[in-house]
Design a protein around this ligand. Structure first.
Ligand code: OXD
Ligand code: MN
Length: 594
């Protein structure tokens, strides 16, 4: 027995009988094991050593060129009843899905090592944490899981104590896009992934477990598993507010989680503390507030665009002991991507760089690094009870209409704001880039059940004894007529977070509008910012007529969830639509009265 837990041993034996590996390796998570796997991958060419003078302990992995992003069209959520998956997921009957993918697993690990990877999502001693075991034939997955989760003996000990775990089976197979599936069986707490080595498809603790399976568990158990960063904002008085923020993939969660305050703020003593950059698990505490943990232990960040100007903390984090995937190389083997100074010599596919082939680094190239490498890593990030959340923020890439910031008038309105979220698609998933799509709570690719039930679950937190965070919506991406961004973003986003905190503390009033509460004149601190008043006016403009059309589109979108849409959300959409009608009608009524 390699585990004292019979269920675990039994499952490993069963998988080995199906996949027929040459060897089985139970991962202990030690440094020695990590080093040995790296060495083995250097020898096989799976990893390439980077310049060890400039980037000690850093390596490059080049994935198969057809395996560079999440594959939403091949990702299935297999509830016994199709209705439970909702229109937001691809569904397959569980028995049919098992049969389909098990046929692919048959003998797929012949000649390979099968790694058994016990892991814990969340601080190892946290009651909010959950454990899983990933079986994989990819050593690249094992070393990434070691960085991204609490992996190894301690996780195995917790699993043996608790007696249950999420089962994740992964094989890179032949890396053939025609033989690729990412399947979830929420009722069985099981994941099966075949044919991809890419992070979101293969590091099963991340999207598959911590979002799709966990969102289902969270619904049953009264908590929330969300696609959110967690950041602590410390004011000059030394008080810290924690903010959880949901943005779709590749919309700047890592940057916001690590932001450097603008000069004036730094002088005044503002500090920013990083708790998480991608996933947040939240649960009501005894005092009625929501407490959050980051279930991950590392960052799997988008490299392009990360620079000393945009995110110096991320750049410092990856200066050592990082694994890069699909970035370019300089002539002296330093990692390179668009946004960094210097010039690339070799592109992400290992060819001499030629701009005619497109960008040097793949637009979804990534770095994997331990979270505690981040200079702003929060001392509270390991707190077993989590951090109390003061504000929840939703946001997306919207070139027009959505103001820089608005606050929901109450929880139900905030849930509507989250449900209505839209964003332009990015390179984090295969498919067209730059197309506007609704992405409720940034969970479209990750919600493991029917969105209508998910909205109802969100609404259910509004209990008499709850002390809920305020909910806001932001848009850093609004563009001017000439197509340039109106808001500088990055560190200056702290100005918007400060406005939120002031609202949370009841220090400022804001202005009421039909779509929410916006900053009143003078409330948003813009000193030291070269932003002309016209731009600020556009950023905070509410075009009532255009918003009326947006509300109609939101109504149509909500209606697509049929009878599972909570009535309260439909009523809320109608309330906002009516408030807009009243504003639009008012001048007409006044004119008629004259
Ligand atoms: C990610 C994603 O990798 O959202 O975090 O795609
Ligand atoms: Mn993500």
């Amino acid at each position: 027995m390699a585990s004292t837990l019979e269920a675990l041993d039994h499952w490993v034996t069963e998988v080995a009988a199906m996949t027929r590996p040459a060897r089985i390796h139970w991962c202990d998570g030690t440094d020695g094991e990590y080093r040995a796997l790296v060495q083995q991958m250097l020898e096989s060419g799976t990893l390439i050593e980077l310049n060890q003078q400039t980037h000690p302990g850093c390596y490059l992995h080049r994935s198969h060129p057809s395996d560079v992003a999440r594959v939403e069209h091949l990702t299935f959520v297999c509830h016994p009843d199709e209705q439970d998956a909702g229109p937001n997921n691809h569904w397959m009957d569980p028995a049919a899905a098992h049969a389909k993918i098990d046929a692919l697993y048959d003998g797929c690990m012949e000649g390979r090592t099968m790694y058994v990877v016990p892991y814990c999502m969340g601080p190892i001693d946290s009651p909010l944490a959950r454990c899983g075991v990933e079986i994989t034939d990819s050593p690249y997955v094992v070393v990434n899981m070691r960085i991204m989760t609490r992996m190894g003996a301690a996780a195995q000990a917790r699993i043996e104590r608790e007696g249950h775990f999420v089962k994740g089976l992964h094989s890179v197979g032949e890396l053939d896009p025609e033989r690729r599936f990412i399947m979830h069986f929420p009722a069985e707490l099981t994941i099966k992934s075949y044919g991809s080595g890419y992070g979101g498809n293969a590091l099963l603790g991340k999207k598959c477990h911590a979002l799709r399976i966990a969102s289902h568990q969270a619904r049953n158990e009264g908590w929330l598993a969300e696609h959110m960063l967690i950041v602590g904002i410390e004011n000059p008085r030394g008080e810290t507010h924690y903010i959880a923020a949901a943005f779709p993939s590749a919309c700047g969660k890592t940057n916001l989680a690590m932001l450097i305050p603008p000069e004036g703020y730094r002088r005044d003593g503002w500090k920013v503390w990083t708790v998480g950059d991608d996933i947040c698990w939240m649960r009501p505490g005894a005092d009625g507030r929501l407490y959050a943990i980051n279930p991950e232990a590392g960052f799997f960040g988008v490299a392009p665009g990360t620079s000393d100007e945009t995110n110096p903390n991320a750049l410092q984090s990856v200066a050592r002991d990082a694994i890069f995937t699909n970035v370019a190389l300089t002539a002296d083997s330093q990692p390179w991507w668009e946004g960094l100074p210097g010039t690339p010599a070799i592109d992400w596919q290992g060819r001499p760089f030629d701009p005619a082939h497109g960008p040097a680094a793949h637009p979804n190239s990534r770095f994997t690094v331990a979270a505690n490498r981040c200079p702003t890593w929060s001392a509270q990030a390991e707190a077993p009870q989590g951090v109390p959340i003061s504000a929840i923020v939703f946001g997306g890439r919207r070139p027009s209409l959505l103001p820089l910031v608005m606050e929901a008038r109450d929880w139900t309105h905030g849930v509507l704001m989250g449900a209505a979220m839209g964003s332009e698609t990015t390179a984090a998933a295969t498919g067209a880039v730059g197309v506007l799509r609704r992405d409720s709570m940034a969970m479209k690719p990750f919600c493991g059940y029917h969105y209508g039930d998910y909205f109802r679950h969100w609404l259910s937190f509004d209990q008499p004894d709850a002390v809920l965070p305020k909910i806001f919506h932001v848009n850093w991406f609004r563009k001017d007529k000439d197509g340039t961004f109106l808001w500088p973003g990055y560190g200056d986003n702290l100005r918007v977070l400060e406005w939120m905190i002031q609202r949370v503390e009841g220090r400022i009033e804001g202005v009421q509008t039909p779509i929410g509460i916006l900053p009143a004149a003078g409330e948003l601190r813009v000193d030291g910012l070269n932003l002309d008043g016209r731009k600020l006016d556009v950023l905070l403009d509410v075009d009532h007529v255009a918003w009326r059309s947006e509300l109609a589109a939101i109504g149509d979108y909500l209606a697509s969830f049929g009878s599972r849409l909570p009535e309260a959300l439909r009523i809320e959409q109608q309330r906002v639509a009516r408030a807009l009608d009243n504003v639009i009608e008012e001048p007409r009524r006044e004119a008629m009265a004259r």
